[in-house]
Structure formats: C-alpha cells, structure tokens
Design a protein around this ligand. Structure first.
Ligand code: 8YV
Length: 327
C-alpha cells in the first residue's frame, strides 16, 4: 500500500476532526494552538505532503518558494484565501482548496446580528446596564434607528451576500447590491434585489452597507476614503468579510467627524491589531473575527478539509479547488 501522506496542521482543530484525520493520514498537529511563526511555517512546508493552514498563516511567494518538492496540496481551513499566493502555488504545481458553503449561513447570521446591533444600540445599552447608571425607562432614551423599510446595500453578492439578502428581506429591508456580475434574473426576482452597476451610486443611496466580497488586489481598499465619503451621514457600515476591503483609517476619520452613523466590524485591516480609536466610538460594535465561529461550522469546515485531502490523496480532483484565475 502507498504510504499515508503527512498532513501538517498549523492550528488546533476540533478534536473530532483531528481524530478522523489521524485515522486517515500521518498527522502533525499544533496541540497548544499557537500561531505559527514564519520559521515554523517554513519548517512545516519543508516536510509536509499536505499543509492545512488558516487565515493566520501568511503563505506569500517568498514562503511558498521554500516549500519542499513533496508539498502537493494546501488544504486551507477557511473559505477566504487572501493569505495564500494561489498563483505562485499553482506555478509550483501545488493545488489549493478551501471550505466554501458550510460557513455561509453562520456568517450571514453574524452579519445580521451586526446589522441589528449597531442601529439598535444593543451593545451600548448592555454597557449602560453593566455600568449601574441606568436611571429607568424614558420615552426618549437609547433611541436607535429602525432597520425595516431601510435600504441594505450588499457589496459582493456571492453565497454569503445572498444569504444575508434572504435574511434582510425577512427583516423588511430593501435589497440593493453591487457585484462583478449581475445575478440571474430568477435570483434577483426571488430576493427583490436591485442591481447597481456603479458601486459609487449604490453607496450614495443605501442606509446600510454590508461587505461580502473577497479580499483580492482588485478589492483592496475598494471602500476608499473617496467612496466612504459618498455614503450618507445616517448610513451604517458592516464588514464580516476582510478588513482590507475598507480603508480603515478613512473609516475612523469619518466616524470621528460624524459623517457616518456607525459600524459593525468583525474584521480589521491589520488584525489582530485594531485601531484603538475604533474601540472608543460608542456607535461601533467590534468583534474578533467570529463570523463563522460556531461549533457545528468548525466541524463542517474540518470535514471539508478531510474530503479535499482524501480525494486528492486518492488521485482525484478535490471538490473545492481554488483556481488563480477566478480571483
Ligand atoms: C475563518 C474566514 O474563521 O473562512 C474564512 O474565510 O474568514 C473564517 O471562516 C478563518 O478564515 C479560518 O481560516
């Protein structure tokens, strides 16, 4: 029989996934779950047949150039692959896979939580209660903005964007979207979604913007200072995609100037560093990259990783290949 491939996993995964993995392959695990340093990553790539990285591993061209010849598959634990130089991996004959679909609904739920939490001042209210300063109910106290009847602008109408649209429609919001490609008419009809070919025009007209595009060279700072200024002062911005899509310094300036109503942020441009000014605004809800963080979702993601590795090891094309020309 063929020797089992050596799978090196850079972070601690759910126990059940690590157990299943050890039954199928030779495995090297990271039991204390520390983020790998560059040197550890290089060492892992020098010995692994299959590397299972996460969003915290920077697999850029210089790191990939030092991969051993035995490395054939990078089976990412996660959907976004902006931390991996996919084009360079392909040039080196290394296949890249990800874990789409299984985290779509969880990420859409967390997006809705932020879309509700910021305009309705959920966290502010909670903080007030914890401070002990609540003097009791008043007709004019802790008023937020309603979201029903408002316009939601979805930037990036892929799987997660569409899952957010379905939820937001249920909350009575009108769905607007900007995407590289217009959706099929039947989906637009189902979601009652209005397509904006011009992102600039959409930004100027919606009450909430929610970001759902991947981070690529084409979307880096897509929400630039100029574009953020097109948003109306009563508008909110929510990001559960990648911090790099928004010019975070420009966002801070606009929030400080009162030129935006608030923000719900799950991701940050320089994560895990977060601009301390962002944390000082009462109208910002900031959470630490929790969009897909459910127990069920992590197991599903792990199973996807296992299926991709197993299929590849059996000599077939893995289901979730990421192709460089699609980015
Ligand atoms: C993960 C994510 O938490 O899948 C993604 O792109 O951002 C999250 O689901 C993380 O990336 C895992 O690597």
């Amino acid at each position: 029989p063929k020797p089992k491939p050596l799978v090196v996993v850079t972070r601690k995964l759910p126990d059940v996934i690590e157990t299943r993995m050890a039954e199928l392959f030779q495995v090297r695990l990271n039991e204390d779950d520390h983020p790998f340093s560059r040197d550890e990553l290089l060492a892992a790539m020098a010995e692994a047949d299959v590397l299972v990285p996460t969003v915290t591993d920077r697999l850029d061209a210089s790191v990939l150039s030092q991969a051993g010849a035995q490395l054939r598959l990078i089976a990412n634990f996660g959907t976004g692959v902006d931390h991996i130089d996919v084009a360079t991996a392909h040039q080196r004959g290394v296949t890249v896979t990800n874990t789409p679909d299984v985290l779509t609904e969880d990420t859409a739920d967390m997006t809705m939580a932020l879309i509700l939490a910021v305009p309705r001042r959920l966290v502010e209210g909670e903080r007030l209660l914890h401070s002990g300063d609540w003097a009791g109910w008043s007709p004019t106290h802790m008023l937020g903005h309603r979201i029903w009847g408002k316009r939601l602008g979805i930037l990036g109408m892929g799987r997660i964007g569409q899952a957010v649209a379905r939820r937001a429609k249920g909350f009575g919001m009108a769905i607007h979207y900007h995407n590289r490609h217009r959706l099929h008419e039947s989906i637009e009809t189902e979601l009652e979604a209005t397509y904006w070919e011009s992102l600039d025009q959409m930004l100027a007209r919606v009450d909430v913007i929610s970001v759902h595009c991947p981070h690529t060279p084409a979307t880096y700072h897509l929400l630039s200072a100029r574009r953020l200024k097109l948003m109306q002062p009563h508008a909110y911005i929510v990001n559960t995609a990648r911090g790099e899509v928004i010019d975070e310094n420009a966002l801070v300036r606009l929030l400080a100037a009162g030129a935006l109503a608030g923000a719900g942020l799950d991701v940050f441009e320089h994560a895990p560093a977060v601009n301390p000014k962002l944390l000082g605004f009462p109208n910002v809800v900031a959470i630490p990259h929790m969009g897909s963080a459910t127990i069920e979702g992590r197991v599903d993601m792990g199973d996807k990783v296992l299926i991709n590795i197993k299929t590849f090891a059996d000599g077939h094309r893995p289901p979730d290949r990421v192709l460089p020309n699609l980015l």
